[in-house]
Design a protein around this ligand. Structure first.
Ligand SMILES: Cc1cc2nc3c(=O)[nH]c(=O)nc-3n(C[C@H](O)[C@H](O)[C@H](O)COP(=O)(O)OP(=O)(O)OC[C@H]3O[C@@H](n4cnc5c(N)ncnc54)[C@H](O)[C@@H]3O)c2cc1C
Length: 372
């Protein structure tokens, strides 16, 4: 199928990569984003070889690599600061690293610029009021009173997807795991040239984002999902890692001073076991398979979804087989990421058997190296 009118609901990582892939395939794409400021919080994410391969396919690899920090090893530490595993990670694209740490704002800029450059129309501060799929197309009324008619609507609107609620009101809701994550940016220290992951009930990671910047994540058990006052976030984050003996972590604790720069997030997950589409409305990314970040693959899965969806639309003559094939190609891989990540999480907080992180990470690298 070619020359379709496509609406993408959500201007996040999955929505923007969909817009880029679909514009490149010759479709007319409109993206609506609920947030009028299109803001992204300031910490970063880790992405692996499969994302580097996907960015190459999307034609933006050099911009992407230039905006982040590439590396080829993952090191696992115990809380004393002793390195217990140093895992070389496989390169999937010649001449490019096997992992990238990248600031979320930097990634957002690369993807937003590319989506606009590819021809996507992006409207901010807009959401969907009503969706009516009559089989021939989808009529949409927007929150700003405008209307549109589309061949396909993609719900890339994240964990609490309104599109999912609309087409699958009985779908399971996101579930809190019992663990949360605290994140903070620092000036990069020279020794942090790849992911340094500390094992233990309090998991810690240091991730380079650029020559100047790195971030720390800290995962903590948070039974009952407590609420923390914004004005205490820095001192609370400090208290969560105050007892970690590693000299490298100790050297950073006192630099956590700005409450508004602490990004605190309870960790939730969802996996839709059934169909991912209804008629001409399809879901993608966190809207159908939000994972905990223990394998650093949530955004990677959303980006791969975008490529597979565009490929299946190109291959098929009609919507139904394309959307069915898309879900069939994606389900097991996304399930593996959601379930393996959750197993690490549950092991860390005593809700399941302890998972050997180094082993799980090696497995994940092998799995995501497989073609999509
Ligand atoms: C703590 C944490 C750490 C993570 N670390 C990593 C990592 O290291 N590596 C990795 O690959 N992944 C990581 N992830 C996962 C990654 O952030 C997500 O998988 C990814 O952002 C999913 O992209 P998405 O586009 O599906 O959803 P989102 O990024 O949530 O984007 C959804 C967009 O839709 C918009 N929206 C929502 N509702 C509407 C609506 N009704 N109308 C219009 N717009 C709407 C939102 O404002 C948002 O812009 C992490 C996640 C968490 C929680």
């Amino acid at each position: 199928m070619k020359n379709m009118q496509i609406l993408v609901v959500g201007g996040g990582i999955g929505g923007l990569t969909s817009a880029i892939a679909l514009c490149r395939a010759g479709h007319t794409v409109e993206v609506i984003e609920r947030d009028p400021n299109w803001s992204v919080y300031g910490v970063g994410i880790i992405q692996q070889g499969n994302v580097i391969r996907a960015m190459t396919e999307l034609g933006l690899i050099d911009d992407y690599i230039g905006a982040g920090f590439g590396f080829d090893r993952v090191q696992v530490y115990i809380p004393t600061g002793q390195c217990v595993a140093d895992i070389p990670t496989p390169r999937l694209v010649d001449g490019y690293p096997s992992n990238v740490g990248i600031g979320r704002p930097a990634l957002h800029k690369v993807l937003g610029d590319r989506a606009k450059g590819a021809g996507a129309q992006i409207r901010l501060g807009v959401t969907v009021d009503t969706l009516v799929d009559d089989g021939e197309g989808v009529s949409v009324t927007f929150s700003d009173g405008s209307t549109g008619r589309y061949d396909l609507v993609i719900g890339a609107d994240g964990l609490y997807s309104q599109t999912r609620e609309t087409i699958f009101p009985d779908a399971p809701k996101p579930e809190f795991t019992g663990q949360s994550v605290w994140r903070y940016n620092f000036k990069r220290t020279p020794d942090v040239v790849g992911l340094q992951a500390y094992e233990g009930p309090t998991g810690i990671g240091l991730v380079p984002l650029s020559d100047e910047l790195m971030y720390m994540y800290v995962t903590t058990p948070e039974p009952g999902n407590p609420w923390y006052a914004k004005e205490d976030l820095a001192s609370t984050m400090r208290s969560k890692i105050a007892n970690i003996p590693s000299p490298a972590i100790k050297a950073l604790v006192d630099q956590i001073t700005q409450d508004h720069e602490v990004v605190y997030k309870p960790l939730e997950w969802i996996l839709l076991e059934g169909p991912w589409h209804k008629g001409r409305v399809v879901l993608l990314g966190d809207a159908v398979h939000a994972t905990t970040p223990h394998l650093g693959q949530g955004a990677g899965m959303a980006i791969e979804d975008a490529l597979v969806l565009a490929a299946e639309l190109a291959r098929a003559d009609s919507i139904e087989p394309a959307l069915t094939a898309y879900r069939n190609r994606r389900f097991e891989r996304c399930r593996y990421i959601v379930e393996s990540s959750r197993a690490i999480c549950f092991g860390q907080i005593g809700k399941g058997p302890l998972v050997d992180n180094a082993h799980a990470t090696r497995d994940m690298f092998m799995k995501v190296a497989e073609p999509i």
